[in-house]
Ligand binder design. Structure first.
Ligand code: DAH
Length: 339
């Protein structure tokens, strides 16, 4: 029996020397020390020994078991250290290798023209005002001389949240918010999203962007409006750009005009961008209607003002020579990265 113990120990030493992974060492532990293991096996045979022989054998068996036990712990430690070393070796960074390039984003063309316009108007002393996109009918229509039933509402149908609340169709609503809280001199711009029940095509989108402008002070004239818009047009479309005011009707301005700029693509002779017109329409404007001022407690006998609403998509289309507005919303990086 003593020989059997010696054999077990010898076998263990050989097998342990060959073991290279944690799993094989664990398997060894089960094979030698487990409930059905070899050591337990010989222990069970102890009953065949005489009472005198038993203590000495028991001691030897325990020694072998302790030996195997500590060797296994040692071996496990060794393997762990080795694996860590291997992992570290694999992870060494070669600092001389070329770096992987992180793709860099850029401003969306609509944000880019908006930022440029903001900078331009801030440079002329304007402040930025914000208004809600979910708006009361009062601010979007009624206070702008578009009472319920007014036919001009038909061209600006929108999503109604309640009878009195809607997604704003124009940033002109911000004019009212500003004049309710601030008295002249007022000089603000307000860029933002607007919503209309229009189908998406090359020149229409149910969501688009405007930049509203409002100036109210003593002695503000149409000449000031025209001069301001000339500065805008030259900054956005180039020094040689001319503007043209066409009489129009907006209920909240009197007189009102639509403004065209000479085409950025051809300078006025006619091309694909302006569809042969030589001119591109970019905004609506006018002198603030006395009733609008009065509604906001500003005396039209003392103060006058001008307002304008610039189409941001239109500006971007003309500016970059893009022919289809949908491209701004399709998020195709090949298109967007060109700006
Ligand atoms: N809100 C008008 C529109 O969406 C544009 C506009 C016209 C704004 C005249 C103005 C203005 O401030 O004075 O069609």
């Amino acid at each position: 029996m003593k020989e059997k113990l010696a054999e077990i120990k010898k076998a263990f030493i050989e097998r342990a020397a060959a073991a290279e992974s944690e799993e094989t060492v664990e398997a060894l532990r089960v094979e030698f020390l487990g409930k059905k293991g070899l050591i337990t096996g010989v222990m069970k045979l102890m009953g065949q020994l005489s009472p005198e022989e038993r203590p000495a054998f028991g001691q030897s068996a325990n020694e072998v078991r302790n030996y195997i036990d500590s060797k296994i712990a040692e071996k496990k430690k060794e393997i762990k250290a080795l694996e860590l070393e291997k992992a570290l070796e694999k992870e060494t960074v070669d600092v001389t290798m070329p770096a992987t390039k992180v793709p860099e984003g850029s401003l969306h063309p609509l944000n880019k023209v908006t930022e440029e316009m903001k900078r331009l108007f801030i440079g002329m002393g304007y402040e930025i005002a914000e208004g809600p996109e979910v708006e009361y009918d009062y601010y979007n229509f009624e206070a702008l001389n578009l009472p319920e039933g007014h036919p001009a509402r038909d061209t600006q149908d929108t999503f109604y949240i309640t009878d009195k609340m809607l997604l704003r169709t124009q940033t002109s609503s911000v004019q009212i918010h500003v004049m309710e809280h601030k008295k002249p001199p007022i000089r603000i711009i307000s860029p933002g999203k607007v919503y209309r029940a229009d189908n998406l095509d090359a020149t229409h989108s149910p969501i688009f962007h405007q930049l509203e402008g409002l100036v109210v002070d003593k002695g503000v004239t149409m000449g000031d409006l025209k001069g301001t818009l000339e500065v805008y047009a030259k900054a956005m479309f180039g020094e040689n750009t001319k503007i043209r005011l066409r009489p129009h009707h907006f209920p909240f301005t009197e007189p009102s005009a639509e403004v065209d700029v000479t085409c950025w693509g051809c300078g006025g002779t006619g091309c694909r961008i302006c569809k042969g017109e030589g001119w591109v329409e970019v905004l609506g404007c006018g002198m603030v209607h006395p009733d609008v001022l009065r509604r906001c407690d500003i005396d039209p006998e003392v103060y006058s003002g001008f307002a304008f609403g610039i189409g941001i998509e239109r500006t971007a289309l003309a500016r970059y020579g893009v022919s289809d507005l949908r491209q701004f919303f399709e998020n195709d990086v090949r298109f967007l990265e060109q700006f």
